[in-house]
Design a protein around this ligand. Sequence first.
Ligand SMILES: [Fe+2]
Length: 184
Amino acid sequence: MTSAISDDAARVEALRPAFAALLAADGWLPDACAQPDEASRMGSGIGQYALYRAQDGSLCLFSLVVPAGAATPVHDHLAWGLVGIYRGRQDETVYRRLDDGRDSARAQLEIAKRQQLRRGEFYVLLPPNDDIHYVKTISNTPSISIHLLANDTACVWRHRFDPDRGLVTPFRSGYANAPCPPDA
Ligand SMILES: [Fe+2]
């Protein structure tokens, strides 16, 4: 387990320069993947668009469009990765889990940190560290974040959380522009 964590950390480190360059480059994100999605399963018009998915489910690149003033549910990712801002600004609230996770329907969460992010800024996911969070758009235009994660994020069953009530619900966000495999 320790070696798995250090391998993932090394992978993330190695990807930093290319990911920074992607966030800095203009013109590559299709307009169709930069729009709110009124049919969103996350609500609030939040759009999640697949840009690349490895066939074996080991990696994906997607854009997440969060309209001005909207916030995602509190959620986890269940994979290592890099997440950065391409347009707009976001406020991120990260939670720390205090219980042992034995009860699949309940979680005791407390806020671990908050940060504001603008274009070019990115953070690392190395579960279980910092894996539970939500983001809110604080620019007056939609924010677009770019995610490179080591799973097929929108198609795996993960979790959304209600920190005030201590509740956990199974959650599959789905891509707005691509179906999930029927057996996922
Ligand atoms: Fe997230």
